[in-house]
Design a protein. Structure first.
Length: 705
C-alpha cells in the first residue's frame, strides 16, 4: 500500500479491520505501560486506546500506520526500520501509511523531535508483540514447542528440524487483536540487524523523479483555485469591500461571508487578476513599535516571572564570586521560509469533507476544521501528503481552515496555495526575545552564581547544564506582547537560551584567563555533556588557549530533545567591514541508540545549514502589525555559497533509548558563531543576527566587555 493510494473515502477506525481485510492486528494501550508515561506527559490528551497499529497482511507485507508525517526528516524510513527490527522481516516488506486521520491512530503532531523517542517505543513494542503472536501461531501450526522456533525474514522455522511457515500463511484469514501489556520486551541492541543501519530512504525515488505528491500536486475534478483578500497589516479590520468588478469576470466565483472574502476560478492566473479588481478599505492600527525597539516593549509589557529552576541562594552566590558579570542578549523575529508554501485542497461532499494539507498536525487540523464548520470530527478527514519543509511553521493550519470554509460554502473542491508574500505575512514567526544574565565565578574559575531571566522565549534550552550551586531561572512570556502570530521554530526558544548561556560561559572563561573548553569541563560533571565536548574537541583538533586568540575558533554545547550536542566553529572576520564568514563547523551529538546513523547525520547537517541563518542574516523587519519582509529579495536565508565544511560525529551511547535528532544540532549555532567572532577579533556580539555594524561596534569596545 502506497501512502498516496488512500483515496478520499472515509473509514471509521472502528471499521478498520473490515477495511484491511485478513491479518493480525496488534494494538498498543498507552495507559498500560510505565514506558509511555513520558508520552502522556509530553503529548497531553494522547488517547489511551491505541498508540501504534500494525497490520500483517495475508501476503506477508506489513502496514505501519502512524499519525506522524514525513516532511523530509526521514521518519518514514526510520519508523519502518524499528518495526522491521522487532518483527524480523525485511525492511522492503514494510508499507508506511502516515498522517491520515481516517485510518491512522491519533497523534498530537510531528514536532519537538518526538517521533523517535515517543512514538518509536510504542511501535517497537507493538511489533515485538506481533512477533510473539506469530511464534504462538507457528507452534500450533507446526506442532512443535515455541522454544524450538525462530523467525527471520518473515519466515518461522524449526531450529534443528524440519518445518517452516511464512507470516503470510499464518495471518491468512485471521483477525487477532492483542493488547500489549509489557510481557514482551523489544530486542537488545546487540541483536539488531536493521536498526543501527542506514538503508536507502523510502522516499528517495519518488522525490528525485518528481513522482512524490505534495498538497499542491493533488487534483480533484472541478477543483477551483482560491485567492483571498488579505489585510495590509496584522490587526487591520475591513471597513468596506466592493467585489462587483471581480464578479463580472467569466467563471469567477466570489465568496464574501463572515469576514472571508475570496475569488475562485479553475485558472489560478484568472483568480489572481480578479483578486486585483476588488476594492477594499481597511482600518489599520498605528504603532511606534518596530524591529528596532521591540525589546523595550517587551520589558514594558512583560508579565511577572515564573520560576523554572531554583537552587541555593543568589546572595550566597554573589558573595562567593570574585567576579560578577551582567549582560543582556537579544534576538529578533525569524521566518520559517519553507520551500513549499502552506497549501491545502478541501473537497466537501454532502456532510463530509476531505482535506489534503501540508501540515505537521493532521489531527489538529481535523479538530479545528470540525469546530469551524460545526460538524463532528468523524466527518472531517485530513490526509497529509509529503510536506516540503515544516520547521514548526506548518502547525497552525490556517490554510486548511480557509480551504475547508470555501469548499463548504461553494460545495466545490477548493485549493488554497499561499503565495510567497502570504507565506511571510502569515508565518508564525520565531518569537523575538531577550535574556538577562547575572553570573559569577570564584578565584578558582568555578561558576558560583547564575541569575537568569528570559523574556518571551520560554524555558526550552534554559537548563544550566553546568555545576552551579546558586541558580535562579525565571521566564517572562506573553503571547499578547507580539503584534502578529508567533510559534515553534526548530527547538523554539532553545537557540536563544543557549546563546545566552554559552556566550556568558565564554565571557567568564575569558575573564578567568582560561581556555573556553577547559573552563566548561572544569564546571561540568555530567558525563553525557563531557562526552560531546571531548568528542567535538577531538573532531576539530581543538587548540587550547584563552580567547581571543585571533584564530577565530568558538565552542558551545547544548541539550535538546534529550540529546546532547557540542559545536566548534571557525570564522573569519573582516575587521574593516565587520563581515563574518563561517569557514568550518564541527558537531558531536549523543542521542542514545541511533536508529539510522546516516539519517541522524543528515539531520545534524541540515540543522547546521539552516542554523547559519538566524545568527548571521535572518531577521524580519516590521512596523507594528505590518510585515516589511515578504519575499527572498529582502529576507535572506543561507545559500550554498555560505556553507562551510561540515564535520559530524555521533557519540555512541547504546545504554539509552533513542532520543530526538531533528533539532538539537541547531540550538548552539548562534552561540558558537558569537564565541568564534570574539576569538577572531575580540568583538562581543549580543544581538542576533550579528550584523557587520554590531561586529564593528564590538571591536571598538574593550576586550570581553
Amino acid at each position: 500500500m502506497n501512502r498516496n493510494d488512500l483515496g478520499p473515502m472515509a473509514v471509521d477506525r472502528r471499521d478498520f479491520l473490515k477495511f484491511t481485510g485478513g491479518g493480525i492486528a496488534v494494538f498498543v494501550t498507552l495507559k498500560d505501560h510505565d514506558l509511555f508515561k513520558e508520552a502522556l506527559e509530553q503529548q497531553r490528551g494522547y488517547p489511551s486506546d491505541f498508540n501504534a497499529y500494525l497490520r500483517i497482511g495475508e501476503d506477508g507485507r506489513v502496514t505501519v500506520l502512524s499519525g506522524k508525517i514525513e516532511m523530509g526528516q526521514g521518519v518514514e524510513t526510520s519508523l519502518a526500520q524499528e518495526a522491521a527490527e522487532e518483527l524480523r522481516v525485511p525492511l522492503g516488506s514494510i508499507d508506511m501509511v502516515m498522517g491520515d486521520t481516517d485510518v491512522c491512530v491519533w497523534d498530537a503532531g510531528t514536532w519537538g523531535s518526538l517521533t523517535t523517542r515517543v512514538f518509536g517505543p510504542a511501535l517497537r513494542r507493538a511489533a515485538a508483540e506481533a512477533h510473539s503472536v506469530l511464534l504462538d501461531l507457528a507452534a500450533e501450526r507446526l506442532h512443535v514447542p515455541r522454544a524450538r522456533l525462530k523467525a527471520e525474514n518473515g519466515v518461522v522455522t524449526v531450529v534443528g528440524g524440519q518445518g517452516r511457515v511464512t507470516y503470510g500463511e499464518l495471518a491468512k484469514g485471521q483477525k487477532i487483536q492483542r493488547t500489549v501489556r509489557g510481557k514482551v520486551e523489544p530486542r537488545d541492541v546487540k541483536d539488531f540487524t536493521v536498526m543501527g543501519t542506514s538503508p536507502k530512504r523510502f522516499d528517495r525515488i519518488d522525490k528525485v523523479t518528481g513522482k512524490a505528491k505534495y498538497a499542491g500536486d493533488i487534483r480533484v475534478p472541478g477543483m477551483l483555485r482560491a485567492r483571498l483578500l488579505r489585510p495590509p497589516a496584522h490587526g487591520a479590520t475591513l471597513k468596506s469591500v466592493d467585489t462587483k468588478a471581480a464578479e463580472a469576470v467569466p467563471g469567477v466565483v466570489v465568496v464574501n461571508q463572515d469576514g472571508l472574502v475570496a475569488v475562485l476560478h479553475e485558472d489560478r492566473d484568472t483568480a489572481d487578476r480578479a483578486l486585483g479588481m476588488i476594492r477594499a478599505n481597511w482600518d489599520t492600527p498605528q504603532s511606534t513599535v518596530d524591529d528596532t525597539n521591540i525589546w523595550s516593549h517587551f520589558l514594558q509589557v512583560a508579565p511577572t516571572g515564573r520560576t523554572a529552576h531554583e537552587a541555593g541562594s543568589l546572595d550566597a552566590g554573589a558573595r562567593a564570586s570574585t567576579k560578577v558579570f551582567e549582560h543582556t542578549y537579544y534576538d529578533g523575529y525569524v521566518a520559517h521560509a519553507p520551500m513549499e508554501p502552506h497549501t491545502s485542497l478541501a473537497h466537501a461532499e454532502g456532510d463530509h469533507i476531505t482535506v489534503w494539507s501540508s501540515t505537521q498536525s493532521p489531527f489538529g487540523d481535523q479538530r479545528r476544521i470540525a469546530g469551524t464548520l460545526r460538524i463532528d470530527e468523524s466527518k472531517v478527514r485530513v490526509i497529509t501528503p509529503y510536506v516540503g519543509g515544516g520547521f514548526g511553521g506548518k502547525s497552525a493550519g490556517q490554510q486548511a481552515l480557509e480551504a475547508a470554509r470555501l469548499s463548504w460554502i461553494t460545495k466545490k473542491p477548493v485549493q488554497v496555495m499561499w503565495t510567497r508574500e502570504e507565506e511571510f505575512f502569515y508565518d508564525t514567526f520565531h518569537a523575538a526575545a531577550l535574556m538577562k544574565v547575572r553570573s559569577g565565578i570564584d578565584a578558582a574559575g568555578k561558576v558560583q552564581l547564575w541569575d537568569y531571566n528570559v523574556y518571551m522565549a520560554g524555558t526550552r534550552g534554559s537548563e544550566v547544564l553546568y555545576d552551579v550551586p546558586n541558580v535562579s531561572v525565571v521566564s517572562h512570556s506573553s503571547r499578547d506582547a507580539h503584534f502578529f502570530a508567533t510559534g515553534p521554530w526548530r527547538a523554539p526558544g532553545a537557540n536563544d537560551n543557549t546563546l545566552a548561556r554559552e556566550c556568558q560561559m565564554d565571557i567568564m572563561a575569558a575573564a578567568a584567563g582560561m581556555d573556553p573548553l577547559e573552563f566548561r569541563l572544569k564546571n561540568a560533571t555530567d558525563p553525557r555533556l563531557r562526552s560531546v565536548l571531548e568528542a567535538v574537541a577531538k573532531l576539530s583538533d581543538w587548540k587550547a588557549g584563552a580567547a581571543p586568540t585571533g584564530r577565530g575558533y568558538g565552542i558551545a554545547c547544548g541539550l535538546d530533545a534529550e540529546s546532547y550536542v557540542a559545536h566548534v566553529a571557525k570564522v573569519a572576520v573582516d575587521k574593516a567591514s565587520g563581515e563574518v564568514k563561517v569557514e568550518g563547523m564541527w558537531c558531536a551529538q549523543e542521542m542514545g541508540i541511533v536508529v539510522n546513523p546516516e539519517g541522524a547525520t543528515m539531520q545534524m547537517e541540515g540543522c547546521i545549514t539552516q542554523g547559519l541563518g538566524y545568527p548571521l542574516m535572518e531577521h524580519i523587519r516590521f512596523r507594528g502589525g505590518d510585515i516589511l519582509d515578504k519575499n527572498f529579495n529582502t529576507y535572506r536565508i543561507p545559500r550554498f555559497s555560505d556553507l562551510p565544511e561540515i564535520h559530524t560525529v555521533l557519540v555512541k551511547n547504546d545504554g539509552l533509548a533513542p532520543k530526538g535528532g531533528g533539532e538539537p544540532a541547531i540550538v548552539c549555532i548562534g552561540a558558537v558563531i558569537a564565541n568564534a567572532i570574539f576569538d577572531a577579533c575580540g568583538s562581543r556580539v549580543f544581538t542576533m543576527p550579528f550584523t557587520p555594524e554590531e561586529v564593528l561596534a564590538g571591536i571598538s569596545k574593550p576586550t570581553g566587555a
